[in-house]
Design a protein. Structure first.
Length: 133
């Protein structure tokens, strides 16, 4: 309060959405970013040591289309500890044509120590996951 005027200061440190901050970056870096953000905000971030990790990662999103989702096809034999599929929508849900980054049905994420394997995995597996309208 200064001169009978109330000032509000908002601090809203937030990482990227769509699991980039909470899942993708920690998997490729071996650093728990949400935990570090909390520790930093309460002034408890002291002498943290990080183990170097040489992972690569790719996320490819499934854009929405205009219509109602009739079926979501996933291939269970594609998913592994290095390949992740996540859907943001449900069968029966209506979606609009993609106009912004928020108009996504889901993603395919690949994490591996070899970048070329990441690229090949995305290319070989992206179309095995489908949203049928």
């Amino acid at each position: 309060k200064k001169n009978n005027t109330l000032y509000l200061v908002e601090l809203a440190g937030r990482g990227a959405g769509f699991d980039v901050f909470s899942k993708f970056l920690p998997l490729i870096s071996n650093i728990n970013l949400p935990k570090i953000l909390v520790l930093q905000s309460i002034d408890q971030l002291k002498n943290i040591k990080f183990k170097k990790q040489n992972n690569h990662g790719i996320i490819k999103y499934y854009p929405s289309k205009g219509g109602k989702i009739k079926k979501i096809i996933t291939s269970k034999n594609v998913l592994s500890h290095k390949i992740f599929f996540k859907k943001f929508v449900k069968v029966g849900q209506k979606t609009n044509s993609a106009k912004s980054d928020g108009d996504r049905n889901g993603y395919l994420m690949v994490i591996h120590s070899n970048y070329q394997i990441c690229r090949k995995s995305i290319k070989n597996n992206y179309n095995k996951m489908r949203f049928v309208y």
